[in-house]
Design a protein around this ligand. Structure first.
Ligand code: C5P
Length: 233
């Protein structure tokens, strides 16, 4: 079965600290085909000005700070994020029901059209790591459970691994968004223990895929981009 990607369904994780390096990469990224993710690495190095620069070039930005703190701190920080004009941002669902509820109502009160998603279980954690952390259920069960908590408390979707997409879509419906990081065109041995292929993620029905180092650390990033572009219809 051939896998097809929609324009802007692929989000490129700009996990790079230097703006110069990012500018070199941006020269080969088409804003009509890809969205960009700014995470903790770029944000702690360049701050909100990185968002302004990328937005001025016409890119949609997913600000991935995975907010996880007491409800008041998360909601005040999210209000600041809404003012940055990003397309999507996130919280960590392990922050609990009150935190999630306050976060989603903050975005609604500001009449912001920013999409708010929740992180379930990091794709770098496997079942052994979860046992070490004191969880007794499987990664998928925890992810589905957290996704339910998110939906009940007003967020738009979740960040989840390839393995968890089907369970989340089956329990929460196709309209509840899934964003899937840790996907690979080629398989690789890095810190993503629950990485899947981009092809599986799309077939399981995810709404967005996130690709980082496979592009940013590639010897030939243009080649990887062209390969992804060849799937876009
Ligand atoms: O380089 P790689 O493709 O593994 O990058 C994945 C990106 O997605 C990173 O920016 C990482 O912070 C992010 N992410 C993740 N797992 C989550 C949530 C976000 O890998 N559960």
């Amino acid at each position: 079965m051939t896998v097809k990607l929609k324009p802007k369904q692929t989000i490129i994780a700009l996990d790079i600290s230097s703006l110069e390096e990012i500018k070199r990469l941006l020269a080969i990224i088409d804003k009509d085909l890809f969205r960009l993710k700014v995470g903790k690495q770029l944000f702690t190095s360049q701050g909100p000005k990185a968002i302004d620069e990328l937005r001025s070039l016409g890119f949609d930005i997913f600000l991935d700070l995975k907010l996880h703190d007491i409800p008041n701190t998360v909601s005040k920080s999210l209000a600041n994020i809404c003012n940055l004009g990003v397309w999507m941002s996130n919280i960590h669902l392990l922050g609990g029901q009150e935190m999630v509820e306050e976060a989603s109502s903050t975005v609604k009160k500001l009449n912001s059209d920013m999409i708010l998603v929740g992180v379930t279980i990091l794709t770098s954690l496997n079942e052994n790591n979860l046992v070490q952390l004191g969880f007794n259920s499987s990664a998928e069960e925890i992810a589905v459970n957290l996704a339910k908590l998110g939906k009940q408390n007003g967020i738009d979707g979740v960040v989840c691994s390839t393995e968890d997409i089907s369970g989340i879509k089956a329990s929460l419906g196709g309209d509840f968004l899934t964003v899937t990081p840790g996907v690979r065109m080629l398989q690789d041995n890095d810190d993503q223990k629950r990485a899947g292929s981009i092809y599986d993620a799309i077939q399981f029905g995810t709404d967005f895929v996130v690709v980082g180092r496979e592009i940013t650390q590639a010897k030939n990033p243009e080649g990887v981009l062209k390969k992804i572009e060849s799937l876009i219809v």
